[in-house]
Design a protein around this ligand. Structure first.
Ligand code: OGA
Ligand code: NI
Length: 375
């Protein structure tokens, strides 16, 4: 073979490998592997290394996210619970929400149908594959599969959930009960999000008094018409979990994310300069502050970096429900939270600038929020 032919053959082989990775981690694992391919191996400094692991384990006994009891929040203890809520959003950017009132069968069905979706034959899942970041329904892999140099150990199904009656017919038609179960789950989480937002606004001192009732109604109306994006994540068992991550460090874009994780741990958050593991609590939601809420609260509430580690034994499913204002709205610091002591800290931000950012961002620069800060 001439050198040119050798090069062409090599390129073809490399292209084949590339397109192989575009088919996702589930597909890769189904073909049988006992080593992590190079494409998924992180530079040493980005790995969930031993040092981190030790820190996490040391911390594990002590580290617990604040727990907010939703039922208690609705009762006579509300002022106290609002203080805990504010503290959680300021100090951790995360809390576990228990007693939220969503029926446990809605939750278990959501995990169950997600598991069954990822168990479908590759050809069935592949119908929903699209590399278009703006597609309303998308089966994808890694973080940004068009740009990531190193891929992460994750497949996902992204579903836009608003307006619900318009979007459901575009969702996958198999498993046959997916549309019904996911729609029920989406409605419940949307309602819960609205209820949590009422408390968040009150905890920021923005509503709850009679004088500004109209303003309160206005913003809640905006959230009612707001955007909801559901991301169903699947992290297959990984033969060498220390070399890769299920999701790289990132923050979430919206106001709040309601995360449902199954019983397998993997989510880690950055807390006091360490990575700490969030323990799964059955039937609880892990709720976190997103970039838009940090901006809206003018920096009072923190959108915290988090990542996902994988393990060699168990497949893990999580469902993230991301909520914000309607897609075409501007998010800006609430004027009531800007004063001499706390000058405006962020630029106006809309959803399209976020989409532009994530579609173009280079690996390792995944913090959208940083680009919105004024200083
Ligand atoms: C996300 C996310 C965490 C997890 O989807 O944004 O952070 O545990 N998921 O899957
Ligand atoms: Ni996230």
């Amino acid at each position: 073979m001439s050198p040119a032919m050798v090069m062409a053959a090599e390129r073809k082989q490399a292209d084949n490998l590339q397109s192989q990775y575009q088919k996702g981690v589930k597909h890769l694992c189904e073909n049988g592997i006992n080593k992590v391919p190079k494409k998924y191996i992180l530079p040493v400094s980005d790995r969930p290394n031993m040092k981190d692991r030790e820190l996490i384990n040391v911390n594990k006994q002590n580290f617990k996210l604040p727990i907010i009891d939703f039922a208690e929040l609705q009762g006579s203890n509300r002022p106290q619970v609002l203080k805990s809520l504010a503290n959680a959003c300021e100090q951790y950017g995360f809390f576990q929400l228990v007693n939220h009132g969503i029926p446990s069968d809605v939750i278990s069905s959501m995990i169950d149908v997600s598991t069954r979706f990822f168990e479908l034959p590759f050809e069935e899942r592949a119908k929903y594959m699209s590399s278009d970041m703006q597609s309303p329904i998308r089966y994808g892999t890694s973080f940004n599969q068009n740009k990531d140099d190193v891929f992460c150990w994750r497949d996902f199904l992204k579903l836009i959930c608003n307006p619900i009656s318009d979007v459901v017919p575009h969702w996958p038609s198999s498993p046959v009960d997916l549309r019904r179960l996911v729609a029920a789950y989406a409605k419940e989480t949307k309602y819960l999000f609205l209820m949590i937002m009422v408390s968040i606004l009150e905890s920021l001192g923005l509503v709850g008094t009679t004088e500004n009732k109209t303003e309160e109604d206005d913003i809640l109306k905006d959230f009612e018409d707001g955007s909801q994006l559901m991301v169903v994540n699947c992290y297959p068992p990984c033969p060498e979990p220390n070399l890769t991550l299920g999701m790289p460090p990132h923050s979430d874009y919206g106001f709040l994310t309601l995360l449902l994780q199954d019983e397998v741990e993997g989510l880690q958050i950055q807390h006091q300069d360490k990575w700490v593991t969030v323990e799964p609590i059955a039937n609880a939601f892990v709720v976190n502050v997103g970039d838009h809420l940090e901006i809206f609260s003018n920096g009072k509430y923190k959108s915290v970096l988090h990542r996902v580690s994988v393990n060699s034994v168990k497949s893990r499913i999580s469902v993230a429900s991301l909520h914000s204002l309607p897609f075409n709205y501007m998010v800006r610091p609430s004027p009531k939270l800007i004063n001499e002591e706390n000058p405006r800290g962020y630029k106006d931000t809309d959803f399209s600038s976020f989409l532009e950012y994530i579609s173009s961002c280079e690996p390792k620069k995944k913090n959208f929020l940083e680009s919105r800060k004024l200083c």
